[in-house]
Design a binder for this molecule. Structure first.
Ligand SMILES: [Zn+2]
Length: 237
């Protein structure tokens, strides 16, 4: 795994298309450090933390989850600190936890349309054995927003919803002016065949406009500047 250094305090991993592994973030704080998203499996979580250790960075105390989707949350069980989720995300994780995750049950949900083929195909590559799938709920639950004081910066976590999922949260650093977006602006693959709802996108753009950031770090792509992402998103309305 490659972890990219954005600044002295901000790092982000690469993403993997084949297994749908998203970008994982690391924010170094003077008081404590924070990880963004838990990854799609034990392996994903542990590979990230091994690399953090190799880079002589302190283990993160908290792991903030951008939204409940498997690729961002299935590593939660294997995080050593505490996980932070919105209540909306936690409700969805509670539901996922009740489901059976053996291959046959997932295939059944694929037939009924509850699961999507893209996710299943990536799970098959990530998991040799579906019995290894563990779904976990959060330790610290916030309603709409939460601010973590890292000592050297304030880390804002804001539930915004948007076109991808109703439980998407944005995480941004006030001084660094870096925003971790997860998949928040993407289409809705679970309820709308990957399409973008124009009204939800308008609301989402409004949320972004109100935040003072320079760099936008995506869940499954390379980071981009604010000006570029705003231009791209406006075209998608
Ligand atoms: Zn997602």
């Amino acid at each position: 795994m490659i972890i990219n250094k954005f600044s002295e305090n901000i790092y982000y991993s690469d993403f993997v298309r084949e297994t749908d592994r998203p970008v994982l973030g690391y924010i170094r704080g003077d008081k404590f450090s924070v990880m963004i998203d838990a990854g799609n499996s034990q392996d994903h979580m542990e590979e990230f933390l091994r690399e953090i250790e190799r880079m002589n960075l302190e283990m993160p105390k908290y792991c903030v989850i951008t939204h409940h989707h498997w690729d961002h949350s299935f590593g939660m069980e294997f995080f050593k600190g505490e996980t932070i989720v919105s209540r909306k995300t936690n409700d969805k994780l509670e539901y996922l936890k009740k489901l059976k995750w053996d291959k046959e049950s997932v295939l059944k949900r694929l037939e009924t349309g509850e699961e999507i083929e893209f996710a299943y195909n990536a799970m098959v590559v990530e998991y040799e054995n579906f019995d290894d799938i563990k779904v976990s709920t959060g330790d610290i639950i916030f309603e709409d927003k939460l601010i973590l004081d890292l000592g050297n910066d304030l880390c804002h976590i804001v539930l915004v919803g948007g076109p991808h999922e109703e439980d998407s949260s944005l995480i941004y650093l006030e001084k660094e002016k870096v925003l971790f977006a997860g998949d928040a602006h993407s289409g809705d693959y679970y309820h709308n065949e990957g399409k973008i709802d124009g009204e939800k996108m308008k609301g989402y753009i409004g949320n972004l406009e109100a935040i003072d950031f320079n760099t936008y770090i995506l869940g499954h792509d390379n980071p981009i500047e604010k000006e570029t992402i705003m231009m791209l998103l406006k075209k998608l309305i």
